[in-house]
Design a protein around this ligand. Structure first.
Ligand SMILES: Nc1ncnc2c1ncn2[C@@H]1O[C@H](COP(=O)(O)OP(=O)(O)OP(=O)(O)O)[C@@H](O)[C@H]1O
Ligand SMILES: [Mg+2]
Length: 338
């Protein structure tokens, strides 16, 4: 082992590389220390994370604004007790994202949302090092350039690891990111810690966050990742559950209107060949429109169910193929009736 600026490098090549980096660029010292830090982080004992026993006895049972079925409650409480991320899948609009907000609300926790895009990298959840800003500041002779910590931007996981109370961390739409994303977070989500190479700092969660991960199934998630999660699929709400959901959103809505609207809604979902079935969020939008436009419940009733286009269908159908399909069904229906 040879030393370069007080760090130990395993080979002469590593020393030459490290020195070249240090001399060429102000940020390079930190980059060079990756070699050292990688070894150092393995050697250092792991600080134990506080396990919030009092939280384990807390039960989630939905909220005034969120209708949770019994199986969903079981899944949420199991994930909290096991201290594993809760992976939630389900059709779009079935309340996956809002679930994390409601868990936070019900348990009185802070919500830290991390919305994933196709370009999001796992590292951004930990921290980002702004080497460009540091280079610019070094050219301008700024004093702050000497402290590399000034150029470290904390990510959502870091925020979640350093809150004073156990937070709820939402990793929303994990399937939007590339296939490496979940794999790159395995260790951090398992051990709830990571290493900041630039500052040689180890960030360990003060409390294990309650992690909710949502997916729309656009991509398969790796087995190693799935193994670490508690899985729950939100089944599309049955009529009874949907009536309750409507009730929490529109407590003053007419019962007749809900009944007729739900008839039309479930008939529409049953039309074979629909490209995009309307979901809970579309139903809620549609009901809101029906109330604003003062559409009477009778207008939603058809003698031959499933064959007539509901009023203000634009809130329910989201593709021209589906609109054409319904128009053709309505046309055939009219012709049959003469
Ligand atoms: N069980 C429920 N109780 C109350 N409201 C619900 C429920 N399920 C869905 N909703 C309502 O449906 C809407 C959509 O919810 P949300 O955005 O969480 O869906 P999602 O599953 O995350 O959809 P996407 O996959 O498109 O992101 C919200 O307005 C939410 O209030
Ligand atoms: Mg969502």
């Amino acid at each position: 082992m040879v030393a370069a600026r007080g760090h130990f490098y395993p080979t002469p090549f590593a020393r030459v590389w490290a020195k070249a980096m240090i001399n060429s660029y102000p940020a390079a010292e930190a980059h060079a220390s990756h070699v050292h830090a990688g070894l150092g982080s393995l050697r250092r004992p792991c600080k134990p994370i506080k396990h919030d026993r009092k939280d384990m006895s807390v039960r989630f049972e939905g909220t005034e604004t969120y209708v949770a079925t019994a199986d969903l409650n079981v899944a949420v409480n199991a994930a909290i007790a096991l201290e594993r991320p809760l992976l939630v899948k389900g059709e779009p609009g079935t309340g996956k994202t809002i679930l994390a907000e409601e868990i936070a609300k019900a348990l009185g926790k802070e919500l830290i949302p991390w919305h994933i895009k196709s370009t999001t990298k796992a590292q951004q959840g930990l921290y980002e090092y702004d080497a460009v800003a540091r280079l610019r500041d070094s050219q301008l002779g700024e004093a702050k350039v000497h402290d590399i910590a000034n150029y470290i931007k904390r990510g959502k996981l870091w925020d979640a690891f350093t809150t004073s109370e156990r937070p709820v961390l939402l990793i929303d739409e994990i399937d939007k990111a590339d296939i490496e994303f979940p794999n790159d977070l395995l260790l951090e989500l398992d051990r709830m810690e990571f290493y900041v190479y630039e500052t040689k700092e180890r960030v360990v969660a003060q409390h294990r966050p309650i992690v909710v991960i949502t997916s729309n199934n656009e991509k398969e998630l790796p087995d190693a990742f799935l193994r670490r999660c508690f899985f729950h699929y939100i089944r599309f709400p049955d009529r009874e559950t949907m009536t309750q959901i409507v009730q929490v959103h529109f407590p003053d809505i007419q019962k007749n209107l809900v009944r007729e609207a739900l008839n039309a809604f479930y008939e529409l979902r049953n039309v074979p060949g629909l490209k995009k079935k309307p979901s809970t969020s579309e139903l809620l939008d549609w009901l809101k429109l029906l109330m604003v436009e003062d559409i009477p419940p009778e207008a939603l009733r058809s003698r031959e169910p499933g064959k007539l286009i509901p009023p203000l269908y634009g809130a329910l159908l989201k593709s021209e193929q589906d609109v054409h399909l319904l128009e053709r069904l309505a046309f055939l229906n009219r012709r049959e009736r003469g």
